[in-house]
Ligand binder design. Structure first.
Ligand code: ZN
Length: 590
């Protein structure tokens, strides 16, 4: 009896811990996953002349967490600027003001009259004003541009409360955001014949047509969105295209006065929307409408749900097209899988770098150099040499987005090193297994909040074996990949090349040996050549060296390590062996 009761207790404990498991060990949401839910009802009067939004927001917040909440935290993201664009006039719970609210940095905390129990809801009413401040900063992600507006981060937005509690990261302007999935019912009244495009189709499901709307009232309903933004203009040209999608049509809207902008964005956007769908075959394309807004600046691009604010006019055509693909890729990360960009920006940026590659292949950006090589150079620094200004002791992918020393470091690591890690992971798993894994992961986490560790657990599960040899160096160590040829020699009637992994970061080994016969603009041409390719798994044992053997070749012969699709500091090393006297350890010139 005693044995049975102990077993029963053990099984009960297992059941309880599984029931409470928020994130499953296989990287998927656990059976105990929960998410709190805001529903916004916003009525806004937009004085387009002065750039002032006067609004009342009623937000009902449902506490699905197991905890009781005593306060609600809001993001006022634009408060990172010297002058606050927000004026909060009142916060009421019912008819009476909340007992207390305070604004610190970009967070606003409202104390509740009585604690909000698990499963209960509360409605808060906020009267506020949002002002567009004059700013020429190229880092602005939204703002007023030559009389037109891209309106983002414009309402008090409830912060995410997850298994870590309230997200209290104070926004500094560099890192990005962490959004809660919410329902929106938004009325916008404009003046002076400003028309509006927003994150969603209008409430009745139609796409807005500004000519037909004489009273300048715009009503939008967006359920299950991570954010709500809109663009307002009275004179920008609107170009519309319909792109087929598995779940119906996607309307592509381009707002621009510039013919070149329309030319540079239209076809790349259409082909990306078409091309991304088979990659995420288990997820319907997330929006009925995608709006590309031309802000005419040099701001790059910023993603919003169903919208992109683009400042690409100074760029060459290829770079503009790449930025369009990158921002559209963000519609999946973070707007399908709601990663926390404020802490783990490397997840959505890594995917926003990877997805254009998966859609378009190696020529996605510069036809002259391949994309992997381009990303490797960007990771290293502008010259492709190790950039001393990049603090590589902090060059760890798992660095909180808000703690990089400079935007250069942030760019190097969160975008490019993170991309290379995903790209190398695909080499380890194989393209098919990797493709299925990301499809399943994004489908399981759609509308939810995965962490980077969840993703890595999904990768571990798909791989089916210990993957620490790959994950630790790529995600947790500051170093860069660097292979070199350590030795070439002869043993037991065979030649061998010994490759050294100088920093222990696993990358594939590609080796060509042969008799060179020509050198031209395209590089080196071999004859009698043998090609060897090994996935990063050759470094699984943790050994510093990997040896490749091959049959005798006539002297002189050449050995070339690496290629432009393998990130490696010393790729392209070409060594010549005139006779056996050249054999032995090799000291590489760096
Ligand atoms: Zn991005």
């Amino acid at each position: 009896m005693r044995k049975i009761s102990l077993l029963t207790i053990f099984l009960l404990l297992v059941c309880v811990s599984q029931a409470q498991e928020y994130r499953a060990k296989n990287g998927m949401p656990g059976p105990g996953y929960w998410q709190n839910k805001p529903s916004y009802n916003i009525k806004a009067d937009f004085n387009t002349q002065d750039g002032v939004i006067t609004a009342s927001e009623s937000v009902t917040y449902t506490n699905n967490s197991p905890q009781t909440l005593t306060e609600i935290v809001f993001n006022l993201y634009e408060n990172y600027k010297e002058q606050s664009p927000f004026e909060i006039r009142s916060i009421r719970q019912g008819k009476k003001p909340v007992p207390e609210f305070k604004i610190e940095g970009t967070k606003m905390t409202a104390k509740l009259k009585k604690p909000l129990a698990s499963g209960a809801s509360v409605t808060l009413n906020i009267d506020y004003t949002f002002r567009f401040l004059q700013s020429n900063s190229s880092h602005n992600r939204s703002g007023k541009y030559e009389g037109s507006y891209f309106v983002g981060y414009w309402y008090p937005q409830i912060a995410v409360y997850d298994d870590n509690g309230w997200d209290m990261v104070n926004h500094t302007g560099t890192e990005e955001f962490y959004y809660e999935l919410a329902d929106y019912d938004v009325d916008i009244k404009t003046h002076d014949n400003y028309y509006v495009y927003a994150s969603v189709p209008t409430a009745d499901g139609t796409i807005p047509d500004y000519k037909a709307n004489a009273d300048n009232n715009w009503h939008f309903v967006a359920n299950g969105f991570f954010d709500f933004s809109f663009a307002a203009s009275k004179d920008m040209k609107v170009t519309k295209d319909v792109v087929p999608s598995a779940s119906g049509e996607v309307q592509l809207v381009i707002m621009s006065r510039d013919g070149n902008f329309i030319k540079d964005t239209r076809e790349p956007a259409k082909s990306f929307i078409r091309g991304i769908q088979p990659i995420f075959s288990k997820i319907a394309f997330p929006y009925k409408q995608i709006v590309l807004f031309d802000n005419g600046r040099q701001s790059g691009g910023m993603e919003f749900p169903g919208m992109v604010n683009l400042g690409i006019r100074w760029m060459d055509d290829e770079s503009s097209q790449f930025v369009v693909c990158h921002e559209l890729a963000h519609q999946y990360a973070p707007f399908v899988a709601g990663f926390n960009q404020a802490r783990e920006g490397f997840m959505d940026e890594g995917f926003a770098m990877l997805l254009p590659y998966l859609v378009k292949g190696r020529d996605v950006i510069h036809s002259k150099s391949n994309y992997v090589d381009f990303c490797y150079m960007e990771m290293m620094g502008p010259t492709g040499e190790l950039d001393e200004s990049v603090n590589y002791t902090e060059g760890v992918v798992f660095t909180p987005s808000y703690s990089f020393a400079s935007s250069r470091d942030y760019n190097s690591i969160s975008y490019h090193k993170s991309f290379l890690a995903l790209y190398m992971m695909r080499e380890v798993l194989g393209a098919d297994k990797f493709g299925n894994m990301i499809n399943d992961f994004f489908a399981a986490w759609a509308g939810k909040h995965p962490k980077a560790e969840d993703f890595l657990n999904a990768v571990r599960t798909a791989y089916g074996d210990n993957l620490d040899w790959f994950i630790n160096p790529w995600y947790y160590q500051p170093k860069r990949p660097d292979l070199s040829i350590a030795e070439c020699g002869q043993k037991d009637g065979k030649y061998f090349v010994k490759v050294r992994n100088d920093n222990g970061i696993p990358v594939p080994v590609k080796l060509i040996v042969g008799n060179k016969f020509k050198e031209d603009d395209c590089g080196f041409r071999f004859c009698n050549d043998k090609h060897f390719y090994f996935t990063p798994e050759v470094w699984k044992s943790g050994d510093e060296f990997f040896t490749i053997e091959f049959d005798e070749l006539e002297f002189p012969f050449f050995v070339r390590l690496g290629c432009d699709e393998i990130p490696d500091q010393t790729y392209n090393s070409l060594l010549e062996f005139k006779s056996e006297e050249d054999f032995g350890p090799i000291v590489e010139k760096k």
